[in-house]
Design a protein. Structure first.
Length: 270
């Protein structure tokens, strides 16, 4: 077997996560990537019959049974992927039951894939239905994209128009526009389903007050889509102001409830 750490797909993940962290798109353990791999290519590096352990997916991914993905780990910092890919990344195969994933490599500290795994897999399913060559789902928190999203309407045609109006590159790079979701509790199947629905039309979906999802046939395509939106949002923000969208208290409470947290008393009006 070849050295898995030298595999092109592992190296791509290392470069992408390092760049995203360097650009400030993925603070702390924010952001996640999933990359669908070719089984024959993975077989050059791993024994595909050796399953380390089985991890529940939290939803029915039957449409992806047998598909293999390299995925960033939950709670992992992008800045650490390059120096320790085996801890911060994992290669998983959707099991025959459709509701679990077989770990073939990685997550060596006992971890698992990102909490956004359902949203990623749902988006892969949606994109594969419109583009059989689709491979990558990338989620990040680019600063200016989020800032622009706070002062603009969540109407996706209006948001797309503002981007197109601000940089001639935009209509060329994403003529299909940018989908926009209202502020929702992240890490849930509900936001995954809503994102997947948008992915039937868009390759880019903004999560209000949170970040963006980009997809593509290659890592470069997904990265380039987000990069273009972020550059244009920076241009837009250098000339605009006035906040329109803030995270509602009920969403903040929902996040606290999801993670079992106790917010500072007297702050939330719910």
């Amino acid at each position: 077997m070849k050295n898995i750490k030298k595999a092109p797909f592992v190296q791509e993940m290392c470069r992408a996560t390092a760049n995203m962290y360097r650009l400030g798109w993925d603070e702390r353990n924010g952001g996640n990537i999933s990359y669908m791999l070719d089984e024959k290519e993975v077989g050059k590096y791993l024994n595909l019959n050796k399953v380390i352990r089985v991890i529940p997916t939290g939803f029915d991914a039957s449409k992806l049974i047998g598909k293999i993905f390299i995925v960033t780990g939950t709670g992992k910092y992008f800045k650490n992927v390059e120096t320790d890919p085996e801890t911060n990344l994992g290669i998983v195969r959707i099991a025959k039951d459709g509701t679990s994933a077989e770990l073939l490599w990685g997550y060596k500290d006992g971890g698992k894939f990102t909490s956004e795994f359902p949203a990623h897999m749902m988006s892969h399913i949606a994109r594969l239905e419109v583009d059989s060559e689709h491979r990558v789902v990338m989620h990040s928190h680019p600063t200016y994209t989020i800032a622009m999203n706070t002062i603009c309407s969540t109407d996706e045609k209006e948001f797309t128009h503002k981007l197109w109006q601000s940089n001639t590159e935009c209509i060329v790079v994403f003529p299909d526009g940018v989908g926009v979701l209202p502020c929702m509790v992240c890490g849930t199947n509900e936001i995954g389903e809503a994102t997947a629905e948008k992915m039937k039309t868009f390759r880019l979906v903004v999560w209000t007050n949170h970040g963006i999802y980009g997809t593509g046939r290659t890592m470069d395509e997904a990265f380039g889509l987000i990069e273009t939106v972020e550059k244009t949002a920076q241009i837009y923000m250098l000339a605009h102001g006035k906040v329109v969208n803030v995270i509602p208290d009920e969403i903040l409470k929902g996040l606290a409830d999801l993670w079992g947290l106790t917010p500072l008393e007297g702050v939330l009006e719910v």
